[in-house]
Design a protein around this ligand. Structure first.
Ligand SMILES: C[S@@+](CC[C@H](N)C(=O)[O-])C[C@H]1O[C@@H](n2cnc3c(N)ncnc32)[C@H](O)[C@@H]1O
Length: 227
């Protein structure tokens, strides 16, 4: 009974969420770039929840959805009611295959606008020309954050956006990658509530996140990580 109620709850939430939510990265693009058709990419798609928000809210010409849906490193990170997983449970290949089916089904209304690329991000990158995307959202394997950033950055056009998830005190290693990349490439870091993004060509500015979160705060986070 509880399982059934939960299933219904998540099904309803998934149906209504794109109308009622716009996560920060999507919201930024919605407010700044939606006056033209966009070619985008998401690395790490899983159930397609964020992809659905992008397709629902943005003026998408094509959205490339990169996810191998393959077991990796005995992934145990998340509580996941859809897969019936709790902290410490390991995902099986059946869970990934099921996630792919859910994503395909969820996004079927947009089938002419999406391309599923069932590969690892770094195996897929060479299939895209440089200056190809208007935006790239990174939410795949956290351990590959820096490699994903370095290899996909050339794939976005000037004045276009690369960003992702996993930027806050719970994600120290990814946060450090993002700050290091911003400094190395002289880019201003934008963000809100665990999401971050750069606009290619917009110069570095120490006002991290543009919301008063300072470099000192993140340096402190990183010091704690190392200590
Ligand atoms: C946190 S989930 C993505 C959630 C999705 N972005 C959302 O917000 O709705 C992470 C996904 O990354 C995928 N993944 C893991 N390693 C990857 C890689 N090297 N390249 C692309 N995707 C990867 C996993 O299969 C998993 O489905």
């Amino acid at each position: 009974m509880i399982k059934k109620t939960k299933t219904i709850y998540y099904a309803v939430r998934d149906i209504i969420s794109p109308k009622h939510q716009r996560r920060p990265f999507v919201n930024f693009i919605f407010n700044t770039m939606n006056n033209r058709e966009l070619v985008g990419c998401e690395i790490g798609v899983k159930y397609g929840n964020h992809a659905l928000q992008m397709l629902y809210n943005l003026n998408i010409k094509k959205l490339y959805l990169i996810d191998p849906y393959l077991d990796y490193e005995n992934y145990t990170m998340n509580k996941d009611q859809v897969a019936g997983k709790y902290w410490g449970d390991v995902y099986t290949q059946d869970d990934y295959d099921n996630a792919f089916d859910i994503a395909k089904n969820k996004l079927k209304k947009y089938k002419d606008k999406i391309v599923f690329v069932r590969k690892k991000s770094l195996d897929a990158v060479d299939s895209f020309d440089d200056d190809f995307f208007d935006f790239v959202f990174i939410d795949g394997n956290q351990k590959l954050m820096m490699e994903d950033l370095k290899s996909y950055y050339p794939k976005i056009r000037e004045n276009s956006i690369i960003g992702g998830h996993d930027f806050d005190g719970e994600y120290m290693s990814t946060s450090k990658c993002i700050i290091d990349f911003a400094e190395a490439k002289n880019l201003k870091l934008h963000g809100f509530y665990r999401e971050w993004w750069f606009i290619k060509g917009e110069p570095y500015n120490e006002d991290y996140l543009g919301s008063g979160v300072t470099k000192e705060y993140y340096d402190g986070m990183i010091a704690r990580l190392k200590g």
